[in-house]
Design a protein around this ligand. Structure first.
Ligand SMILES: NC(=O)c1ccc[n+]([C@@H]2O[C@H](COP(=O)([O-])OP(=O)(O)OC[C@H]3O[C@@H](n4cnc5c(N)ncnc54)[C@H](OP(=O)(O)O)[C@@H]3O)[C@@H](O)[C@H]2O)c1
Length: 284
């Protein structure tokens, strides 16, 4: 059992410090068995944060705990399970209370994708993607809020996507889930401000990870095979944004360019994508 953070009982200052002090905080990171969640968990541990990491693959989490131990930063413990289960989400809060003494940071990075035309997809694909990419994040916030409100300078990080700004063909379910995440972040930011709980939306562009290896349906479209940012660089940008109390972060120029361009030229974006779709039809 780890000792509680020394200043955990201190109230959040009325005028928060300019920068959030991360060292000594207690964090829950979902999707930590690979990709962005894994890199965020390591980056937090490197900065002296005590991390509870989660994902379904326990052997990956055990390897992550070993790697974190070699960093001589904050210790990393883990709990394996399915984030779409409400029982498991409650278990995570119990584990955080038991093993970390509470919670100050929650990073919701678990997610998965599906590719294909909406008309050909099954209702099950929509239900699964909404469950993993949206409902599990939203319900994780609900179940962790009491612990966060009792924590020190707390922040919630929702990992979204640039596709939450503007949808693409063949990604209907995923884009809808990420748009919902973006909307939820906006609501929570206002509702939780008086409780002193910060909300950061990280809208990622193409990122190196195992995302495309674990699609629920379909294959990666040829036109999405451009250069991607590394998960470790993405994680450093996200953690820096947590420290600087940012509301939203779009890591890298490709992500920023997409969100900015889609807002300014939505019809042009659609036309380009429709042409790409005609030239490279989806693999079913
Ligand atoms: N890669 C990109 O280009 C990109 C772009 C925009 C946004 N994103 C978002 O970034 C986040 C991280 O994805 P990634 O790119 O790092 O992909 P990834 O390497 O496939 O990681 C996904 C993580 O989510 C976990 N996960 C999936 N389903 C789960 C479930 N039912 N219960 C518990 N954990 C589950 C996986 O762990 P287990 O398999 O061990 O359960 C894994 O740790 C996602 O929200 C994704 O939508 C990624």
């Amino acid at each position: 059992m780890m000792p509680p953070r020394p200043d955990a009982a201190e109230p959040t200052p009325r005028w928060p410090r300019w920068r959030r002090r991360l060292a000594g905080s207690r964090a829950l990171v979902t999707g930590a068995s690979s990709g962005v969640g894994r890199a965020v968990a390591l980056e937090l541990a490197r900065r002296g944060v005590r991390v509870l990491a989660t994902g379904r693959r326990g052997e990956r989490l055990a390897a992550l705990a070993d790697e974190a131990a070699s960093l001589a930063g904050g210790p990393l413990v883990y709990e394996a399970g399915d984030i779409t289960s409400s029982d498991f989400r409650r278990r995570l809060v119990d584990a955080a209370t038991r093993q970390l003494g509470g919670l100050d940071l929650v990073v919701a990075a678990a997610g998965s994708g599906a590719i294909g035309r909406f008309r050909d997809a099954s209702p099950d694909t929509l239900a699964r993607i909404m469950d993993v990419d949206f409902t599990a994040q939203a319900e994780l916030v609900r179940v962790t809020l009491p612990a966060l409100r009792a924590g020190s300078d707390p922040v919630i990080v929702l990992v979204g996507s640039i596709l939450g700004y503007h949808p693409l063909p063949l990604h209907a379910e995923y884009c809808a889930a990420k748009a919902a995440v973006r909307s939820l972040a906006g609501t929570l930011r206002m509702e939780l401000a008086n409780d002193g709980v910060g909300v950061l939306l990280a809208s990622l562009g193409p990122t190196e990870s195992e995302f495309w290896n674990h699609l629920l349906t379909g294959h990666r479209p040829a036109w999405s095979r451009g250069r991607a940012m590394s998960a470790s660089r993405t994680a450093r940008i996200i953690v820096r944004a947590m420290a600087w109390r940012r509301r939203e972060v779009l890591p890298g120029w490709r992500a920023k360019g997409f969100a900015f361009g889609a807002r300014l030229f939505p019809r042009l974006f659609d036309r380009v994508m429709m042409r790409r779709l005609r030239r490279s039809p989806p693999v079913s």
